[in-house]
Design a protein around this ligand. Sequence first.
Ligand SMILES: [Zn+2]
Length: 263
Amino acid sequence: MNQFSSLQPIDLSALLPAYHEITLPSNGLFSQDIPQKLNIRGMTVKELKHLTASGKLDKTIFDSCLSGCIKESIDLSSLILEDYNYIVYMCRLYSSGPNVSAIHVCDNPSCRQQFKFSYNISDCVELELAENTISKTKIVNLPRFKEAGYNVNIEVKRLTRKDVITVEKNIKAATELAAKLDQPLNVFPLIELLKSYIVSISGFSSPVPKEALLDVLSSEDTELITSAFADEIFGVKGEAKPVCPICKTENTYIVPFTDVFFL
Ligand SMILES: [Zn+2]
């Protein structure tokens, strides 16, 4: 009998990276089901390697790894994007520090060079906590419809992580089908996202399905729908200012709060 065989395996979970308490941007004001504070930790090297093993991230795998870094039991897919994005950001910060590299195509139309650069996320990301009650839905009236004699109310909601995953799945399925049938793709990310925003449509003399409404929206109408909650400002945002190595133009790079941080 060797000296280790009679020993109980040691529970090493106490040696996982430390948890840090964070306050979610919604600040406990969105829903009773979403706590105001969570405890999150950085990913271990093993978890980070698991994410990047295939070089491409799957949103479901990413979310299950991210859940593992949160002490509280919480359904990430039910979170509104404002809260979800902040968790992604903080987990990235605790996992591998503030330096992130990214790829950008030069804003200068006569250059358009693709280049890689590094930036410090904690220097350029700002967090704003909600201070007042957060609306779950809003009613949008489209002036263009009114002018045309239709007094239509469109009820829109805040997007959740689940909506984003559904859109990605629909696009992926449609892309595969289009390739199989050798037909052009007729599903578009923005249209799919708009479908997620719209909860109900009222004011037409008989019911109008979402798809039919989406077919006649202008970009101005779309803007009114996607910015319905713009007066309730909270969440994380940030931009970096990389300089193009070729034409030396200062570019604007909008920080994406996605799994791209972890690639
Ligand atoms: Zn350039």
